[in-house]
Design a protein around this ligand. Structure first.
Ligand code: FE
Ligand code: FE
Ligand code: ZN
Length: 298
């Protein structure tokens, strides 16, 4: 057996009072060794002051439980839309603050949706994103990198193909502070064939370079390849399937990269992550997993 360490976790919550301590405890309850969180609600920009004492407690807890802070991810709220020049100033100022919050929390990666051009066109969207990122990064001297997420291409979403991501990265002066977060559901829905992942990775490597990958969102998809829908499914229960996801999770090129589950709660109530992580570690599909999750929590 190869002695490679799998960095796996899920999206977890972050609350105002317990902050990172609550996130770490939730990750531990899932048997995870990494996690991702929003510093507040994903749909708004109301953010609590970071409490350094809570952060110190959380660091201690992580250390005791084998969670490596350098693998932990923050996701920027999805109302930031750098592709729409009308809202650019707001996006820039919020992103600057978010990078500083990441530094204060010791987080090194901030995942960002590139944005939607809302009918203004791809060229205009790209130039707006590039200007926004340049503006954010030129005055930023911390340690956090922004990871542009690969998107499903829903509506006028940008970044659903590697070419657009490459154009953004090439246009940004401080591109050493940029990376990419691959999302398996989004790749599938954007049209990439994950049953031939080596080919997808090769294309990514040619265009952008595998060294730019900072995080991978592991999700199955409810929809067919190329559907541009973006609806996540539990691991092994969607159109990508367990075998294809396992090849991605255990791909040698992606060995040290944190893998984050963003799969749906069962019946809208029960987090699937503990059981999904177990199944991924076992490398064996369990067709009764969803029933097991329901009986575990009820
Ligand atoms: Fe995302
Ligand atoms: Fe994602
Ligand atoms: Zn998604």
């Amino acid at each position: 057996m190869v002695n490679n360490k799998l960095w796996i976790g899920s999206h977890v919550s972050f609350n105002k009072s317990e902050q990172l301590v609550a996130s770490v405890n939730e990750a531990i309850s899932y048997g995870a060794n990494t996690f991702m969180f929003y510093t507040g609600a994903p749909q708004n920009t109301v953010r609590a002051e970071i409490d350094d004492f809570k952060t110190i407690d959380a660091m201690k807890l992580m250390k005791e439980n084998g969670i490596d802070i350098s693998k932990v991810i923050v996701h920027a709220p999805y109302i930031i839309n750098l592709a729409n020049r009308k809202n650019l100033d707001f996006g820039i100022s919020f992103l600057k603050q978010e990078l500083e919050r990441c530094d204060q929390l010791g987080i090194r990666f901030l995942v960002l949706h590139p944005g939607s051009h809302v009918g203004l066109g791809i060229e205009e969207g790209l130039s707006s994103i590039i200007d926004g990122l340049n503006e954010v990064l030129k005055s930023y001297h911390g340690n956090t990198k922004i990871l542009l997420e690969t998107m499903a291409g829903k509506g006028s979403e940008m970044g659903s193909n590697f070419l657009e991501l490459k154009q953004i990265i090439n246009g940004v002066t401080y591109s050493n502070r940029l990376g990419v977060c691959l999302d398996t559901c989004h790749l599938n829905d954007a049209g990439y064939d994950l049953s031939d992942f080596d080919q997808v990775l090769e294309e990514f490597n040619q265009m952008i370079g595998c060294d730019k990958i900072g995080c991978i969102h592991i999700n199955d998809s409810k929809n067919e390849r190329g559907s541009h829908k973006d609806r996540h499914e539990n691991i092994g229960f969607g159109t990508i399937g367990f075998e294809n996801l396992m090849k991605i999770i255990y791909h040698p090129t992606l060995e040290n990269i944190p893998k984050i589950l963003e799969t749906p709660y069962i019946n809208g109530n029960y987090p699937p992550y503990k059981q999904e992580i177990e199944m991924i570690r076992n490398q064996k599909f369990d067709k009764n997993l969803l029933e097991k999750i329901i009986s575990f929590y009820s």
